[in-house]
Design a protein around this ligand. Structure first.
Ligand SMILES: [Zn+2]
Length: 182
């Protein structure tokens, strides 16, 4: 949530420098010192899942994404939800697959959406049935994956390197930003 006006007293927020242990930080804050509201803009965590199914890697195209753009299954965590539970839940909800094995790939900053992506590799079984959020999917041999230079793409690249594969990034059109609904 990013505010222009103070959510406590409705004054217009102003940029101010704050001394922090790690050095000065610019933050938006309420000019009324009696109010004291500071906008921290802490990032939202989300999970990203690189799926292996029936011997191939599977990437998915979100509804409304440009043609040819395939990426990981992603989703937000529910309150108090373990990341691995969120991985299994999101994969089931979006693809109908069951996660049988997971491996953490790493955590990646997604600046445009102010998110931290907790990225996992997941071996999955079952039959793919896409939710309305997804338009299509595509199977790849591991060496055919071409990561994109953004959060979940860096996860794909690190997973490929962990398997000793050559990494070749591609540039892609920006994804249309869809407002967060949950
Ligand atoms: Zn205020």
């Amino acid at each position: 949530m990013s505010f222009t006006f103070c959510p406590r007293c409705a004054s217009p927020l102003a940029e101010r420098e704050f001394a922090e242990d790690g050095g000065p930080m610019q933050r938006r804050a309420c000019p009324d010192t009696a109010c004291g509201f500071v906008q921290y803009e802490n990032p939202t965590p989300a999970v990203g899942v690189l799926i292996e199914h029936e011997g191939s890697m599977v990437l998915f195209r979100g509804a409304g994404w440009p043609e040819g753009f395939f990426a990981l299954v992603t989703g937000y965590l529910e309150k108090n939800e373990e990341p691995l539970k969120a991985v299994a839940r999101e994969v089931k909800e979006e693809t109908n697959l069951d996660v049988v094995e997971t491996e953490i790939i790493g955590n990646y900053i997604f600046e445009r959406k102010n998110e931290v992506m907790l990225c996992y590799f997941a071996k999955c079984v079952g039959e793919i049935r896409l939710s309305p959020e997804l338009a299509d999917y595509k199977r790849y041999a591991p060496h055919e994956l071409r990561p994109w230079p953004r959060a979940t793409g860096f996860a794909v690249a690190d997973w490929m390197r962990s398997r000793g594969l050559e990494v070749e990034f591609i540039e892609r059109p920006p994804i249309q930003v869809t407002p967060r609904t949950s």
